[in-house]
Write a protein that binds this ligand. Structure first.
Ligand SMILES: Cc1cc2nc3c(=O)[nH]c(=O)nc-3n(C[C@H](O)[C@H](O)[C@H](O)COP(=O)(O)OP(=O)(O)OC[C@H]3O[C@@H](n4cnc5c(N)ncnc54)[C@H](O)[C@@H]3O)c2cc1C
Ligand code: HEM
Length: 372
C-alpha cells in the first residue's frame, strides 16, 4: 500500500471543504435510504466529525497500531447508533465514490489502496464491537434529581436501569428524548451510589443543540439514553506521584469523581484541586467540594475567581495562575479539564513553567474535534 500517495490524495480531496461530506452523505443515502434514520436530522456536526475521523485515520494509515485503541473504542461505541457489520460496505463504497469524485487523477491502484485502508480500519472496529459481547449497546437512565445551581448550570442525578460500570474520569454519551440521535459527552462527577446513580454537571452552551435542553428542560422522571463509558486521559495512572488538578467550570466533574475515589481508597497520594470560575457564582459546587475535602486529609481545594477580587479562601486569578504562583509542580502528575480555550491556555502555561509534557493530562469539554 502506497501510504504517501493516500495522504497526498486525502489532502487534495479535503481541500474541497464542506462539499466533501455533502457529496459523501448524498451518495450514501441515495444508495441506502434506510441508513438516513440512523443519523441526526441536522447533519452539520456530523460532517465535521466524519472529516475529522477520516483525516485522523488517513494520517495514521501506515501506523495503525497508534490508533487501534481509538478505533476499538469507536467500534464498540458505534453499537449505540445501531451500526452492524452489514452497514460497513455501504459506507466504504460511498467513501470511495467521494474520493474518486474529488480527485484530479483516480487510478485503479489508488482505489485498491483506499479500499484496503478502509477495510483494515473497519476490521478493527468490527472486532471490537463483536468483543463487546454482552455489554449493552446503550443504557436507559432515569433522572432522579435536577438541581439548577447557578445561571446556566444544572446538577442532574441519573439512575441507570442496569449497572453501568465506569472509572472516575471517564465520560458517557447522553441522548435527551427531545433531541433524538444528538449524542453529547458528559462526565459522571461521583462514584456510583449503591443504586448505581451518579451526578452529571452540565453547563449550558448558548446556542447549543443539547446542553440547553439538559439544563433548562430536564425534569425528574425523564429517561435519558447513555452510551458506554469512554476515555483514558483523565483516568488516574497507578503511579505514586501527588496530583495537581486544574478545573474550569464544569471541568470539576471528573476531578470530583477522582477525589471521591482517593477518599474512598484512603489513598496516600495528595491531590490539590485548583477550581476556577469568573465569579464566585460560577463555583456552583463549593459546599459539596469543601465537605469532600474535609472527609480525607489528602485532599485540598483552592477555589479561584478571575473577574472578582479574592475573598476568604477564594483566591484571585485563573486556576493555573494561582497554582503556579503558589508552588513548583514539576514532581506532580497534572490533570486539566475545562473548555477548549481554558485547557489550551492552561497547558501552555504549565509547559512554560517546566512541567514535563508526559506529566500533563488534558481533557477539553468541547466538540471532539476541538479537543486538545
Ligand atoms: C469527553 C467530554 C466530556 C464532557 N463532559 C462534560 C461535562 O461533564 N459537563 C459539561 O457541561 N460538558 C461536557 N462536555 C461538553 C459536552 O459534550 C457538549 O459539547 C456541550 O454540552 C455542548 O453541547 P451542545 O449540544 O449544547 O452544543 P453544540 O450544539 O454541540 O455546539 C454549539 C456550539 O458551541 C460550541 N461548543 C460546544 N461545547 C462548548 C464548550 N464546552 N464551550 C464553548 N463552546 C462550546 C460548538 O463548537 C458549537 O459551535 C464534554 C465533552 C467531552 C468531549
Ligand atoms: C471506518 C469506518 C468508520 C469510521 C472511522 C467512523 C467514524 C465515526 C466518528 C469519529 C463518529 C463521531 C463519533 C462521536 O461523536 O461519538 C461517527 C459517528 C457516527 N457514525 Fe461512524 N464511522 C465508521 C463507520 C460507520 C458505519 C459503517 C456507519 C453505519 C451507517 C456509521 C454511522 C455513524 C453514525 C450514525 C454516527 C453518529 C452521527 C452523529 O452523532 O452525528 N459509521 N463515526
Amino acid at each position: 500500500m502506497d501510504t504517501e500517495r493516500l495522504k497526498r490524495n486525502w489532502a487534495e480531496v479535503a481541500a474541497h471543504g464542506d462539499q466533501v461530506p455533502l457529496f459523501f452523505y448524498s451518495t450514501l443515502f441515495l444508495a441506502h435510504p434506510h441508513l438516513r434514520d440512523m443519523f441526526p436530522l441536522g447533519m452539520a456536526n456530523q460532517r465535521d466529525k466524519l472529516l475529522a475521523a477520516l483525516g485522523q485515520v488517513v494520517s495514521h494509515v501506515d501506523d495503525l497500531d497508534a490508533v487501534v485503541p481509538v478505533l476499538q473504542q469507536l467500534g464498540r461505541d458505534h453499537r449505540r447508533f445501531g451500526v452492524v457489520r452489514d452497514h460497513y460496505p455501504a459506507v466504504g463504497q460511498a467513501l470511495l465514490a467521494t474520493l474518486e469524485h474529488f480527485s484530479s487523477e483516480w487510478t485503479p491502484e489508488l482505489a485498491r489502496d483506499w479500499a484496503a485502508a478502509y477495510d483494515r480500519v473497519a476490521q478493527v472496529m468490527l472486532a471490537a464491537a463483536d468483543a463487546a459481547g454482552e455489554m449493552p449497546p446503550w443504557w436507559h437512565g432515569t433522572v432522579t434529581a435536577v438541581d439548577r445551581r447557578a445561571a446556566g448550570i444544572a446538577v442532574l442525578t441519573v439512575r441507570p436501569h442496569a449497572p453501568l460500570p465506569y472509572l472516575p474520569g471517564q465520560s458517557v454519551a447522553v441522548e435527551v428524548p427531545t433531541r433524538p440521535r444528538l449524542w453529547r459527552w458528559y462526565t459522571p462527577a461521583t462514584l456510583p451510589a449503591s443504586d448505581g446513580s451518579f451526578e452529571l454537571h452540565v453547563r449550558l452552551v448558548p446556542g447549543g443543540q443539547v446542553s440547553p435542553a439538559l439544563v433548562m428542560a430536564t425534569q425528574v422522571g425523564d429517561v435519558l439514553r447513555l452510551g458506554a463509558p469512554v476515555g483514558t486521559d483523565l483516568v488516574l495512572d497507578d503511579g505514586t506521584r501527588d496530583l495537581l488538578l486544574i478545573a474550569g467550570g464544569t471541568g470539576l466533574a471528573p476531578f470530583k469523581a477522582i477525589m471521591s475515589q482517593l477518599a474512598h481508597q484512603r489513598s496516600t497520594r495528595f491531590a490539590h484541586l485548583y477550581w476556577g470560575g469568573r465569579t464566585q457564582r460560577d463555583l456552583y459546587d463549593l459546599a459539596a467540594m469543601r465537605h469532600l475535602c474535609e472527609s480525607h486529609s489528602g485532599l485540598r481545594l483552592v477555589p479561584c475567581v478571575s473577574d472578582e477580587p479574592p475573598s476568604g479562601d477564594v483566591a484571585g486569578g485563573t486556576a493555573v495562575d494561582v497554582a503556579l504562583r503558589e508552588a513548583d509542580w514539576r514532581d506532580h502528575e497534572v490533570y486539566v479539564c475545562g473548555s477548549p480555550e481554558m485547557v489550551r491556555a492552561t497547558r501552555d502555561r504549565l509547559l512554560a513553567a517546566g512541567i514535563p509534557r508526559d506529566q500533563v493530562h488534558l481533557e477539553a469539554f468541547g466538540n471532539q474535534e476541538t479537543a486538545t
